[in-house]
Design a protein around this ligand. Structure first.
Ligand code: NI
Length: 184
């Protein structure tokens, strides 16, 4: 169990398509999940994907009870999700602020589906299937994008809504959004 170094945008490993996990309940997979959880907690992240620590496997962790980086958000259940699949439950999307531990110090406005179903497996191979809304849905979409080599700036459509945390917080921007949400 180790707090791992997080790769930053510009590292080509963040742009790769991660491989599916084929063997569950192995010491290697348990160790990877432990490291992801510890690293996420150490950095106050809402989620973390394996490629962010340089492991090209389709594994994400997310969830928090009360997170100092997102004091206004509802809790999201602590989850390990392997080989995830996301299905939007409607066409409805909303715009919200996102951050990323691989893009430190910055925030950007990203459009995401507001209602999704996601499925996959935990580290033992047990099936998971859930419906999620709003911030929970946003976090899952953000983390799963990492598995396809997509960082949130690639999802942005208005680069005027991209900036440094401190500058945005000092401006009207962060409060002007209808849904102020900021994953990982
Ligand atoms: Ni991220």
């Amino acid at each position: 169990m180790t707090v791992r170094q997080i790769l930053h945008m510009g590292d080509p490993r963040l742009l790769e398509i991660a491989r599916p996990v084929t063997r569950f309940d192995t010491p290697e997979l348990h160790a990877l999940v432990q490291d992801l959880m510890e690293t996420m907690l150490a950095e106050d992240g809402a989620g973390l994907a394996a490629p962010q620590i340089g492991v090209g496997l389709r594994v994400v962790v997310f969830g928090f009870e009360c997170n100092p980086r997102y004091p206004d958000e509802e809790s999201v259940p602590q989850t390990v999700l392997v080989n995830p699949v996301i299905e939007p439950l409607s066409d409805e999307r909303n715009e919200g602020w996102e951050g990323c531990l691989s893009v430190p110090g910055l925030r950007g406005a990203v459009s995401r589906y507001t209602r999704i179903r996601y499925s996959g497996f935990d580290q033992t191979g047990a099936a998971i299937e859930r419906e999620a809304n709003d911030f929970h849905a946003r976090v899952v979409q953000h983390e799963c994008d990492h598995l396809d080599g997509i960082l949130y700036p690639q999802r942005m459509t208005d680069m005027r809504l991209f900036g440094f945390n401190q500058a945005l917080e000092a401006s009207e921007h962060l409060t002007a959004m209808p849904c102020d949400t900021r994953p990982d």
